[in-house]
Design a protein around this ligand. Structure first.
Ligand code: ATP
Length: 221
């Protein structure tokens, strides 16, 4: 296990496009990954890239117990198209006592059901990717985003033209309640900049605020 209680061992069930990409990325970041798929061909293809790969039907609780799945604190159920399999797998993991069960779903209804039967967290990759793209398209100059809760985010944006050459304290950002946490200026990072800091056109701003307000501000000319 790694420091800070961050788990470094994961089991990924379902090695389709989503599951295999997740498993590879976890491996590349230094985690150990047990990959599980009911297809022996898929397991064989992935075997060299993962810590361990096993072919089994994850809806079979005994098969999961036999490979010692209870030793994993976090298990990701990356079966999407076959909802019944995803549901039965989640129930089995819950019965076994796995602490964190992360599932992928295709609809909000599926998400509700998976949460009811014991999933800790359910993601909707297509919905979420669509939402992220929409925010990106509506926020010119947006470079990155960290969602904080409904409607709020930390974003990295190019300096909106409307605030260039203005002191931060008098800029439209402040009037809209957008907090500038840091300014990246060349190689320097100005953390919690003072209200006197004059914004430059080539600055990159790390801002915290309502997504709608940030969008409006970056769009304003
Ligand atoms: P993706 O979009 O990630 O490619 P998907 O949403 O189309 O996948 P599926 O095709 O249902 O989802 O499943 C992904 C993987 O999960 C497949 O490789 C499939 O073999 C595997 N899988 C499906 N059912 C089970 C099961 N009961 N036990 C283990 N693996 C399973």
């Amino acid at each position: 296990m790694a420091n800070n209680n961050r788990p470094s061992e994961f089991a990924v069930i379902g090695l389709g496009r989503f599951g295999s990409s997740l498993a590879r990325t976890l491996m590349s970041r230094g985690a150990s990954v047990l990959g599980i798929d009911r297809s022996p061909q898929i397991v064989q293809q992935m075997a060299d890239e993962l810590t361990q790969a096993v072919a089994l039907d994850a809806t079979d609780e005994n098969a999961l117990r036999d490979i010692g799945i209870e030793a994993f604190q976090t298990v990701i159920v990356a079966i999407g198209a076959n909802f019944e399999a995803s549901l039965l797998t989640t129930v089995a993991l819950r019965e076994i006592g796995v602490q964190n069960i992360l599932c992928k779903a295709q609809t909000t209804r599926q998400r509700e059901i998976l949460l009811k039967v014991g999933a800790t967290r359910v993601i909707l990759p297509e919905h979420e990717a669509g939402q992220r793209l929409a925010v990106e398209l509506m926020t010119p100059g947006m470079l990155g985003q960290l969602e904080l809760g409904p409607g709020f985010a930390v974003m990295e944006v190019c300096t909106p033209p409307s605030v260039v050459d203005e002191p931060l304290g008098k800029s439209e950002l402040r009037r809209r309640g957008i907090n500038v946490l840091a300014i990246k200026r060349g190689d320097r990072v100005i953390v919690t900049p003072s209200p006197d800091t004059v914004l430059r056109s080539d600055d990159i701003l790390v801002v915290l605020g309502k997504v709608q307000d940030i969008e409006r501000c970056t769009r304003a000319e």
